[in-house]
Design a protein around this ligand. Structure first.
Ligand code: ADP
Length: 372
């Protein structure tokens, strides 16, 4: 099927390292959608595989269909619901107005992010690149996790099994633009290719700790069962990734979540490192040195002994980064930003936390301010 016979391109809305995104109109019914043309084959497979397993989750972006099309030079094109805003825009808008996000508003945004991340983890998907600009928002204030180009579907689920979402039959039919068999064949191809990679290549490509974010796209090869630590955007990258771990889990997303929540309520990035070395320095200035006591096993991480940091006598603490915020809110962030991944509170647990049913209650979604 030729995309341009069914969609009218209205304009380009963005371009990232892996993809160009266009606003388009579906000719059959006028629905405005986002067409994401993904140039990198592995990112395309990742995005499609993740989104297929997440269809129906209310806080994950909807994929309407996807295809490979000659008109797009055989790049994969994923058709997504169009979402005009994102959390980065919300934060900068509040800042520009000299305002703040109230605890009740923060709770509603948090619940939505948590619901999206929980859906991912329940389905065995680790996102690996959570940041405010990847949390898209509809004009009505519905927040959805997007951009799964760096995600991985875990073979070995360490988080509470899968939740198969109800698949809407129209969507299911639409996804079959590329037949199931073609898709599986492609997936198998990528998996086989990955398996051929020596596990050591993970360590080799990631042994330098300073990675330019723009180069992340070149580290796409991952051996089966071992992951590259070169994922995500530096400011939101978990300590185990910064130290080169190849065997991390969905807890990396929980660290990112902690950084995102802190940024949302303080309106400034929590750990804005200018290099990976500076990133760790910024983290330990606030949370204290990382050691075998607070992160058992950290000294065995590939890059742990490559960098030594002086002793932080008086870490400033998260409270100092979140001035004038309720202690309960600070505590939520604290439970996510644990050095030991095993101690980070998981999304499903946080969703059930009493914090969200205490005063001030989360505001209604239609009370949220969405700049577009
Ligand atoms: P990349 O993987 O290259 O970072 P993204 O998915 O982040 O690509 O998209 C690039 C740009 O397109 C972003 O600025 C984002 O705001 C915009 N965008 C992506 N998906 C949508 C969507 N569904 N609706 C509206 N804009 C989108």
């Amino acid at each position: 099927p030729e995309i341009t016979t069914r969609y009218e391109i209205l304009g380009r809305v963005g371009s990232g390292s892996y993809a160009d995104v266009y606003r388009a109109r579906r000719l059959s019914d006028g629905l405005v959608v986002a067409l994401k043309e993904i140039h990198d084959q592995q990112s395309a497979i990742r995005e499609i595989e993740a989104l297929r397993s997440l269809q129906g989750a209310p806080n994950v972006i909807d994929m309407l269909e996807y295809f490979y099309d000659d008109e797009f030079e055989e790049d994969a094109v994923v058709v997504l619901e169009f979402l005009p805003s994102d959390l980065e825009v919300v934060i900068s808008d509040v800042k520009r107005r000299g305002g703040s996000i109230t605890p009740g508003e923060a709770k509603r945004w948090m619940l939505q992010v948590l619901s999206g991340v929980n859906a991912c983890h329940q389905a065995g998907v680790m996102h690996r690149d959570l940041k405010p600009s990847n949390l898209l928002i509809s004009a009505e204030g519905v927040l959805k996790v997007a951009d799964f180009g760096q995600s991985r579907v875990l073979q070995d689920l360490s988080f509470e099994g899968t939740t198969p979402y109800e698949t809407n039959s129209e969507k299911e039919k639409a996804s079959n633009q590329l037949t199931e068999a073609d898709y599986l064949k492609e997936l198998e191809f990528i998996r086989e290719k990955s398996k051929l990679e020596d596990n050591a290549s993970c360590l080799a490509t990631c042994s330098t700790v300073d990675i330019d974010d723009d180069q992340l796209g070149s580290y796409t090869e991952e051996p089966a069962g071992a992951f590259t630590s070169c994922v995500g955007t530096r400011w939101y990258r978990a300590p185990e990734l910064l130290y080169g771990s190849c065997s991390y889990g969905p807890e990396v997303d929980l660290w990112s979540l902690g950084c995102i929540l802190a940024e949302m309520v303080s309106l400034v990035p929590l750990f804005p490192g200018v290099s990976d070395i500076d990133q760790i320095a910024k983290i330990i200035t606030v949370l204290g040195n990382l050691n075998e006591q607070n992160f058992p096993g950290c000294s065995n991480l590939p890059d742990f002994n490559k960098i030594s940091y002086s002793n932080v006598e008086n870490p400033s603490g998260l409270e100092a980064c979140l001035p004038n915020r309720p202690i309960e809110e600070v505590n939520i962030v604290k439970r996510l930003l644990c050095y030991d991944p095993a101690n980070r509170v998981i999304a499903s647990e946080l969703l059930k936390d009493g914090y969200f049913i205490e005063e001030p209650l989360p505001v209604e979604i239609d009370q949220l301010i969405v700049p577009t």
